[in-house]
Design a protein around this ligand. Sequence first.
Ligand code: N0T
Length: 524
Amino acid sequence: AALLAVEASAQAPLPRFDEDALLVDGEPFLMLGAQPNNSSNYAAMLDEVWPTVERLGANTVLMPVAWEQVEPEEGRFDFSFVDVLLDQARARDMRLVLLWYGTWKNTGPSYVPAWVKRDTARFTRMRKADGSAHVVLSPHGQATMQADARAFAALMRHLAQVDPQHTVVMVQVENESGSWGLDRDHAPEAQALFAGPIPQELAAGLGIERQSWTGAFGTRAAQFFNSWYVARYIDTVAAAGQAQKNLPMFVNAALGDAFSDEGGDVGPSGGPNWNALPVWRIAAPHISAFAPDIYSRDPAAVVKYLDRYAAAGPLMVPEIGNAAEYARFVWPAMGRGAVLFSPFGIDGTGYSNYPLGAKQLDEETLEAFAAPYRLFAQMPREWARIARDRPLWGTARGEDGADQTHRMGRWALTAQYGRWAFGEDDWTWIERDPHPLADVPTGGLVAAQLAENVFLVGGRNVKLRIALAEAGAGQQGEIIEAQEGRFVDGEWVMRRRWNGDQIDYGFNFGAEPVWLRIEMGVLE
Ligand code: N0T
């Protein structure tokens, strides 16, 4: 029997993308992620990781594995941390996404082994225009690329041997690649490439004539030149890993301005910022997803980032600030079919990356993320299937807290924030205190249209109204019924009906998120 079990698990299908859905064990899967702080990737730290991850209710941990830790001396590999991590994750029924900290970590080489840092002749750094060194390793460094690819392939070979059940479902290759503070390498070899034409593959992929970099890209020439070579390099590393174990791989982006690249605020030059994705997609065919690291607290910018990255393939948010106000962005992310959402800095080490995230990861902050996670954790696979198959809408409270309306078929759905459950705004005959959340950046909902008149809605700290988008003469929308419940194995299971006060003034979602299945009708 034990042998049979091993054989069965050895045949577990590889995680893979099917269109924009992530299949794990052959079925759509939603990663409710938690990313610990940068230096928690040691066995001695894991006791300070799991309690916080579990408080969040995550089902997937995004954990760094650093080149320096797995290849401390050239050619000698040590995967003992990976083994401990796998054991402890399995004991908690947790999936893993490994983050390969190699050549680029927030662009810099901080996580490469000391033998790489010291040998600047073999492992070349970028050069500024005056010839001086920039700290970032050059994407033109063939020796660096081969060494990084070899180490990464060794990691993936190890996973092929020790993880037949695919506890590790995805791998992030490098971290926030590109270069801050320098647009491209100016070493002689790079100068020569930049003086030459763009690669034929790039011209063909973009459907343009082969021409000079500046002819093709104007003011973005240096950025896209760097993007091409960084992406080709990372694709080589990813391919070397996939030859050992063919897991889906992704890259993450330190983001520039959400709305425009005109001003040159594009994040680190060469990284997978949204404006460089057309170049990245051609250069890096082994990368399945391009993922935004979100540290903007401006809801309009967050939604813009989500739209841009959702348009470029499967949407994944491997990092978002861990302050409470970011938690509401889980709703617009899920409403765009996200397969991963993960706040950054989830552990009990006490480290805070404020002003990016929370000053302190206190109970109230954790609860802001844990509450929506409890909702999706009721049916992560059911939700992932619905998200793949049905029209969706997801929204979070904006800066001004104004109502938001979205049309789904014949229906207009409106989200309202900071309202008392009972009564209408224009009631003047009774006094009311302002709602305690009137000015608090919380609240949001996600809706899936299951059938023309049937919606599945989940939300928190939000009131939902549904009305006919265009009511004909004498027509009005009517609630046929609203059931709280969840899907189990594709079947809806009701817990209770909502009626009376619970729906007379909109569907009121409070602090504890629930799923509602709402059927509307037309009264005429
Ligand atoms: C993130 C995290 C971690 C001009 C920061 C964000 C993580 C990395 N970097 O805590 O280091 O490993 O991916 C960079 C945000 C830069 C904002 C600069 C605005």
